[in-house]
Design a protein around this ligand. Structure first.
Ligand SMILES: NC(=O)c1ccc[n+]([C@@H]2O[C@H](COP(=O)([O-])OP(=O)(O)OC[C@H]3O[C@@H](n4cnc5c(N)ncnc54)[C@H](OP(=O)(O)O)[C@@H]3O)[C@@H](O)[C@H]2O)c1
Length: 416
């Protein structure tokens, strides 16, 4: 394994993503339930039993990926041993299903796929930077546990550089896609004042995110009503309003400037009477953001009262337009990936030379020491202290130069 093509050919990927199977099936197919606690032991076993030099494993809610390095042929027999090792509970049918769905990539295609993942152009939501964080965390863990080495380190470094270039030089990460981000943008577009009274209905996962954004934008005059009051209380950190139950809400006469509602009722439940109560006699135009599906507001309320009403359907339309915008940036990202693959090839060549030359410092040191202790020993013994010091200084200088010159020359030869 020494020329560039052979070195690159050692990189392989076996992967299953949301494109091949429904996401809930990803885990059950590839990993046995008891794997979580002994993941790294299994990866080590894979290396040992299948002749792999390095293995990196990534698992997100949309993909399972094994990126490995080794001089092995990935035929059906290899896949059988690979997946049996990982998931002994896999039935014959499941194994055949897995093999029919799993994607195999080798050499430059594997590297290109890794870069596409890092740059989030292979994501379910194009331009979602979270994948880069997941990739880095998974790599750091594997590196720490020793399942990866120099080959995967080089590829990962380049993948991170590629992702940064993509995010910095294209607009792939611009324009929000998530419903919560878009709802906050819709609110900010309407220029709320810091002191505006914001009333939140619901305290589930979505509202949790909404609260993070409100704190971030320093909108803190927030009250929260929820069926389970303890959850509302928990969300109140950093806010100045009050937490209450839905029963209290009905009789609260609270008044508000902005209403954000997101409860999991199976039908619209905010009727005219309840809404009137919440208004507490105020008649100015309110901002109402309804994130629930189905909407929490009954249509007679959203249509019959003086409000600027934003509902999930509106936000979904913006999300699809934004996704289409991001997807247009994919071509630009692919150009960057092609450039980065070329750079990666140079890095591989450089590293190959570094590896070949890594014994040079020790060899030069040995020559120097032999010169001092054997070859020129007598001459040196006849010298006075000052002359001897100069000789040692010169030899140290020569040692350093003798180490750096071949390294520098070889690197220049690679980049020419
Ligand atoms: N369009 C989107 O992309 C999107 C994204 C996320 C969510 N949503 C919608 O947002 C809503 C909530 O989602 P979530 O992820 O935040 O759910 P969640 O974490 O399960 O929270 C549900 C919230 O609704 C409350 N709730 C549920 N059923 C209720 C009922 N019958 N009466 C009174 N309160 C009830 C819960 O109160 P307790 O705390 O008392 O259980 C909790 O506050 C859903 O309608 C969902 O479809 C939409």
């Amino acid at each position: 394994m020494d020329n560039l093509l052979n070195i690159l050919q050692g990189y392989k990927i076996l992967t299953l993503t949301f494109r091949e199977v429904p996401t809930h099936q990803l885990e059950e197919l590839v990993l046995s339930n008891d794997l979580e606690g002994e993941l790294f032991e299994r990866l080590e076993l894979l290396k040992k039993n299948l002749g792999l030099k390095e293995v990196f494993y990534l698992h997100t809610c949309n993909r399972v990926l094994f990126f490995f390095y080794g001089d092995v042929e990935i035929d059906v027999n290899f896949q059988l041993r690979f997946f049996r090792q990982l998931n002994p509970a896999l039935s014959e049918d499941q194994f055949h299903f897995l093999c029919s769905k799993i994607k195999l990539l080798e050499g430059t295609s594997a590297i290109s796929h890794l870069f596409e993942i890092a740059g989030s152009i292979d994501s379910m939501v194009v331009g979602e930077r979270e994948i880069l964080r997941q990739l880095r965390t998974a790599y750091e863990e594997c590196a720490l546990q020793g399942t990866t080495g120099d080959y995967i380190r080089l590829a990962m470094q380049q993948a991170v550089r590629t992702a940064k270039k993509i995010y910095n030089n294209t607009r792939i990460g611009e324009k929000p896609i998530s419903i919560v981000s878009l709802s906050i943008k819709a609110l900010l577009d309407r220029n709320p004042k810091k002191e505006d009274r914001i009333l939140l209905l619901g305290a589930g996962q979505t509202m949790n995110l909404v609260c993070k954004f409100l704190r971030k934008h320093d909108l803190r005059n927030v009250s929260i009503a929820n069926r389970t009051i303890s959850k509302a209380e928990k969300l109140m950190a950093g806010f100045q309003g009050k937490a209450m139950s839905l029963e209290e809400l009905e009789s609260s006469n609270i008044g508000f400037d902005v209403l954000i509602t997101c409860t999991g009722h199976t039908s619209s439940w905010i009727n005219g009477d309840l809404y009137n109560g919440l208004l507490a006699g105020e008649t100015d135009r309110k901002i109402v953001i309804d994130l629930a599906v189905p909407t929490n507001l009954k249509s007679e309320v959203s249509q019959g009262f003086n409000m600027d009403y934003v509902q999930v359907e509106d936000l979904r339309k913006i999300a699809s337009a934004n996704l289409a915008f991001r997807t247009k940036e994919v071509d630009g990202a692919k150009v960057i990936i092609t450039e980065q693959i070329a750079e990666f090839k140079l890095n591989i060549e450089e590293r190959k030379i570094e590896r070949a030359l890594q014994t040079i410092p020790a060899q030069i040191k040995e020559i120097k020491e032999k010169a001092i202790s054997e070859v020129f020993r007598k001459d040196l013994e006849e010298m006075d202290e000052a002359a001897l010091a100069i000789v040692h200084k010169m030899m140290d200088y020569m040692e350093k130069k003798c180490v750096s010159v071949p390294m520098k020359t070889a690197k220049q030869a690679v980049t020419k």
